[in-house]
Structure formats: structure tokens, C-alpha cells
Design a protein around this ligand. Structure first.
Ligand SMILES: [Zn+2]
Length: 92
């Protein structure tokens, strides 16, 4: 009986830990991306501010600058702004 109680208790603690982790996950992923950005592995999408891997295929060359995007939608917006002669808005 005691063994069963210990087992049940351990299971409950584990369950609590797992459910508590889920809330933190988004935050952790964002922090991880920020660290990667600092290391130069991730770059910020200039349209929406999302961190994207530096080796993404969705990129636009503007002069000697290369901008990476999270989606074709963002890339199209950026290209549109360039074609309109506007300085693309950058998210900082
Ligand atoms: Zn984007």
C-alpha cells in the first residue's frame, strides 16, 4: 500500500512539472531564439520581427544587405515596399 502511495505521489509531481513546463515553453523558445540571434545564427524578419534561421530560403537582397523572412507573405510585403520607393519599416 505504501509503495502504491509513493508511486502515485511521484506521478503527481511529475504531472505537475510537465503541465507547468508547457506555460514556460513559448517564453523559453523565444529566449533561445534571442540567444541564437545574438550568436548570429538567427536574424530578425524586418516585417514582423520574428526570428528566422539565417540559412532560410526566403530572403531578399537589398544592396549589400540580405534580409531573411519567416514567410513569403512577409517577403512580398518587403518587396512591395521597396518597389514603392519606401524605406521598409524595420522592427527593432
Ligand atoms: Zn514575418
Amino acid at each position: 500500500m505504501l509503495k502504491f502511495l509513493i508511486f502515485f505521489g511521484a506521478g503527481y509531481v511529475l504531472f505537475k512539472l510537465l503541465t507547468g513546463d508547457k506555460k514556460k515553453k513559448t517564453e523559453t523558445v523565444y529566449k533561445k531564439h534571442e540567444t541564437m540571434a545574438a550568436a548570429g545564427e538567427m536574424v530578425k524578419d524586418p516585417i514582423c520581427g520574428t526570428f528566422v534561421p539565417k540559412d532560410t530560403d526566403i530572403r531578399v537582397k537589398n544592396g549589400d544587405q540580405v534580409h531573411c523572412f519567416c514567410s513569403f507573405e512577409c517577403r512580398d510585403k518587403y518587396v512591395e515596399q521597396l518597389q514603392n520607393g519606401e524605406q521598409p519599416k524595420s522592427v527593432k
